[in-house]
Ligand binder design. Structure first.
Ligand SMILES: Nc1ncnc2c1ncn2[C@@H]1O[C@H](COP(=O)(O)OP(=O)(O)OP(=O)(O)O)[C@@H](O)[C@H]1O
Ligand SMILES: [Mg+2]
Length: 166
């Protein structure tokens, strides 16, 4: 499923919808170039979960945990790591809920992961400057691909939102 994201608000809205529908243990793997909107999407997810604390990029901290919402949010950013450094982080403890309360795991720069969970939602954010432009701005879009996870409810909510905003 591809969704057109004309502005920052649209990225936030998509995140909010996800944050309202996701269930414990859901993993969102975010891919996309520098500045594509990955952190913005996670800020929306946080809002949808009911987190009021500002969600900031974990580029330097690697992981930020937010526990005030409907479910805990574990926000990771692998940008500064080499793929061979990733296994030592023991990321699976987050999605398996081992020694951490099961929640939502959102990982920026998931391209860096040498292995992935058994089930996850891949969200790839892209922008193009040539050809596809909207009001002189690059065309931004999100492509959502579920891997081994049922997202009928999420897709229905996204479609509902899109229709309501038409
Ligand atoms: N759909 C959109 N249209 C226009 N601007 C957007 C959109 N989504 C996000 N932005 C803007 O793009 C900028 C970068 O966003 P963001 O920090 O979320 O990107 P990122 O993918 O997390 O970057 P990084 O690779 O550095 O982690 C922000 O100023 C944000 O407001
Ligand atoms: Mg970011």
């Amino acid at each position: 499923m591809k969704i057109f994201l004309p502005d920052t608000e649209a990225t936030l809205r998509l995140g909010i919808t996800l944050g309202e529908c996701l269930t414990p243990g859901n993993v969102i793997l975010l891919e996309g170039d520098l500045g594509a909107g990955k952190t913005t999407l996670v800020q929306g997810i946080g809002k949808g979960l009911g987190i009021t604390e500002p969600i900031v990029s974990p580029t330097f901290t690697l992981i930020n945990e937010y526990t005030e919402g409907r479910l805990p949010l574990y926000h990771l950013d692998l940008y500064r790591l080499e793929p061979q450094e990733v296994p030592s982080l023991n990321l699976e403890s987050y999605w398996e809920g081992v020694e951490v309360t099961p929640g939502i795991v959102a990982i920026e720069w998931a391209e860096q992961m040498p292995y992935k969970p058994d089930s996850y939602l891949s969200i790839s954010l892209t922008y193009k400057y040539e050809g596809d432009v909207y009001d002189g701005l690059p065309l931004r879009q999100a492509e959502i691909i579920p891997f081994n996870c049922a997202i009928d409810k999420i897709l229905a909510a996204i479609y509902g939102r899109i229709q309501n905003s038409l």
